[in-house]
Write a protein that binds this ligand. Sequence first.
Ligand SMILES: C[S@@+](CC[C@H](N)C(=O)[O-])C[C@H]1O[C@@H](n2cnc3c(N)ncnc32)[C@H](O)[C@@H]1O
Length: 420
Amino acid sequence: MSGFHKRRSSKMQEIYHGDCLEIMKGLKDNSVDMIYLDPPFFTNKKHSLSSKDRKSHYSFNDIWDSHKSYAEFILARLIEGKRILKDTGSIFIHCDKCANHILRFVGEEVFGEENFLSEIIWFYKRWSNSSNNLTPNHQNILFFSKTKEYTFNKIYTEYSETTNIDQILQKRSRDIHGKAIYARDVDGSIISSDEKKGVPLNDVWEIPFLNPKAKERTGYPTQKPILLLDRIIEISTNEGDIVLDPFCGSGTTLVAAKLKDRKFVGIDISKDAVDLTESRLETLVKTESALLNKGRLSYINADEKSLAILSGLDILPVHRNAGIDAILKRNYLSKPVPIRVQREYETLSEAVGKLSIAAKRKSAEIAFLVAINTVQDLFDFKIDDCIIKVINSPALEINATIEQSLVNKLLNTDILTRTG
Ligand SMILES: C[S@@+](CC[C@H](N)C(=O)[O-])C[C@H]1O[C@@H](n2cnc3c(N)ncnc32)[C@H](O)[C@@H]1O
């Protein structure tokens, strides 16, 4: 092998600087358990970015003459990849819409259509003012095995919020027409299901994109989250297995492999990338995702009753905020307009207090509290917060009007007749 440098080698933790094709040619047949490759995506751009402290500047080239030259580049590396993989091994090819079709075709040429296992959709929420097109919120990972004897560790996820409790608790079988039914014993009673593991992982993975403040973000362009590699490593390898990343960039795969007690080989043509990978392996930093840990539903906590009271207003419901239920879609003096609906258990001053703190945090110039009851504060309560405007809910207004009308009637002044 020539034209590359082995930068690190200990207990099968290897990093090489050079063209991955040359380096892969030097790796033994049937020697690695899994390959993850995240090559340039055929974007025909040069990707550049700076580290958080702006001291380092990273870039790599993704400009190609033609589809053909890109396909040939990938083909040569996939052929080597197949040779290096053990028979139980698998390969994950990361791409997006730019080259998905090319990589699927080349992948099937090398590994065989029959060994194409899945197209994983990595889905994330990202807001961008994209041009006249849909915002791209996913990337694709093509999953091939070398043979039918590949390692695959089943992992289970939580039941969805719409899963019927009976589906979880009761054993199911099929009737003579093949239709899924609940299994019954000889007495006709429902049979409980065995251990409840959850739902087998599907091929759409929602994993947050690394936000600019994420701890693990290095500033390397197109850096992938460790959580994504965690999952790939988990389903396809076991402890002690060897993972190869021929386009390792900032070293995400290697960090994930190390954290999961896998051995690894990383390669990159950029010296900056290899330096960065080495430093990430010295100090392992991983960003946890509250979204994944707690689940998306835990974020959807706006109070439904309160939102119902606000229906008809042009609002955006606010989740995960103790003081605000909704924000008006229109601004006031270029600032957001928060709204809170008083809770049944709250006095007016408690509700105003919570809204006031939250509204000031959002720099609001005006905020509305919708009063729903007349629970009195222990002491007379005055709103001295001039940005909070208290208005009565329709229920409160109607009840108050009725009460007042009754009083007026008693006093021979029928307000309903007058206004009616
Ligand atoms: C999409 S980036 C990889 C990002 C990486 N997965 C991460 O999380 O940081 C592609 C990488 O391929 C590298 N590269 C491009 N051509 C290469 C080649 N022939 N051999 C090795 N690396 C190459 C680039 O320098 C770049 O770091």
